[in-house]
Design a binder for this molecule. Structure first.
Ligand code: HEC
Ligand code: HEC
Ligand code: HEC
Ligand code: HEC
Length: 230
């Protein structure tokens, strides 16, 4: 009897040992490769160009996204919603909470976009999710005309499709990039106006090929002081 108990407990121990070893090697097998040393010298980035990479993880996903022909935005509609080129667009839909910070109320749709049944449209992705007080700058449109006339000259938007030096060469960026550092938020995905939806969102480093249009700088001639104190 004792001998049999001994053999049984030996097998129990062996079995438990087997489970333990198997378990260990199973989880070892699941381990992913990693780099065990720390990188103290990350690739230097040009500070003014870091915004370009903000949504770059999604580049490939954007490239593979089908185009939803029935819900595309056009540049006409895009400009209609802005007082002038570069102005904050007005909020074209009802807002649930009149007084709210944008955090959850707005970013749930505008952080990454996507289709919204109740507005039957794709939510445009915000280029600036970090500016959480959305309604400091974005307000619903209450009237179609101004309260009082103004002689403020309208700022024209630059033309699209005419910015290449040669056929097939990368167009220059015809707009300013202050508040437009995050290229993919406006140029990729289903909410991008169809005229400017980029064919190559997966190329990531946009400003490697697209340069600013510096022609806009006004020539003021030679600067001279009006008063001399000598
Ligand atoms: C349920 C999802 C949802 C929520 C929440 C939401 N939006 Fe929107 N938003 C949309 C959709 C969809 C559109 C596009 C509407 C269209 O094209 O007709 C839009 C359009 C806009 C636009 C116009 C963008 C452009 O390029 O013309 C602004 C500005 C905007 N929303 C701001 C806000 C703000 C600010 C909040 C928070 C107070 C907010 N939204 C909350 C879905 C949402
Ligand atoms: C400091 C002012 C300011 C704040 C705060 C702000 N925005 Fe904007 N937003 C702008 C301006 C200006 C533009 C137009 C940028 C341009 O056309 O160059 C814009 C553009 C947009 C657009 C349209 C992008 C496109 O396709 O042109 C969306 C969507 C948007 N904002 C959503 C938001 C949301 C959501 C928040 C809050 C998390 C927010 N904004 C906070 C000023 C602001
Ligand atoms: C706030 C939205 C927004 C952001 C962010 C943005 N763009 Fe644009 N882009 C536009 C719009 C709108 C146009 C059409 C001209 C205009 O209205 O300024 C345009 C036009 C262009 C064009 C000209 C396309 C053609 O066919 O002529 C290029 C190139 C371009 N953008 C590159 C970029 C690059 C590179 C970045 C990132 C540094 C960027 N854009 C960021 C909205 C944006
Ligand atoms: C390797 C160089 C290169 C990179 C990187 C690059 N582009 Fe382009 N881009 C081009 C060329 C070349 C064209 C002109 C294509 C043509 O005329 O057929 C172009 C065209 C465009 C256009 C006009 C519409 C179109 O798709 O033809 C836009 C908008 C644009 N690029 C935006 C972007 C954005 C946003 C990024 C970053 C995600 C980017 N590009 C990265 C080379 C590049």
């Amino acid at each position: 009897m004792k001998k049999r108990l001994g053999i049984i407990s030996l097998f129990v121990i062996l079995f438990a040992a087997f489970i333990a070893v198997w378990n260990y090697s199973y989880y070892e097998g699941l381990e992913e490769a990693y780099i065990p040393i720390e990188n103290n010298n990350p690739t230097p980035m040009i500070p003014s160009e870091t915004g370009v990479f903000e949504r770059s993880d999604l580049g490939l996903e954007y490239a593979n996204m089908p185009i939803d022909e029935n819900h595309q935005r056009s540049l006409d509609g895009y400009y209609d919603n802005r007082a002038y080129h570069g102005a904050p667009p007005s909020i074209p839909h009802p807002v649930k909470e009149e007084r709210s910070m944008g955090g959850k109320t707005c970013l749930q749709c505008h952080e990454n976009g996507g289709f919204t049944e109740k507005f039957n449209a794709y939510a445009p992705v915000t280029p600036h999710p970090e500016m959480v007080n959305c309604r400091q700058c974005h307000v619903p449109l209450k009237t179609q005309s101004l309260f009082k006339g103004t002689n403020f000259p309208e700022l024209e938007a630059p033309a699209v499709g005419v910015n290449n030096a040669l056929i097939g060469s990368p167009p220059v960026i015809p707009h300013q990039i202050q508040m437009r550092e995050n290229c993919l938020s406006c140029h990729a995905g289903p909410s991008a106006p169809k005229e400017i939806r980029v064919t190559h969102p997966e190329r990531i480093n946009c400003r490697q090929c697209h340069v600013l249009n510096n022609k806009e700088i006004r020539d003021i001639g030679n600067f001279s002081r009006q008063h001399s104190y000598e």
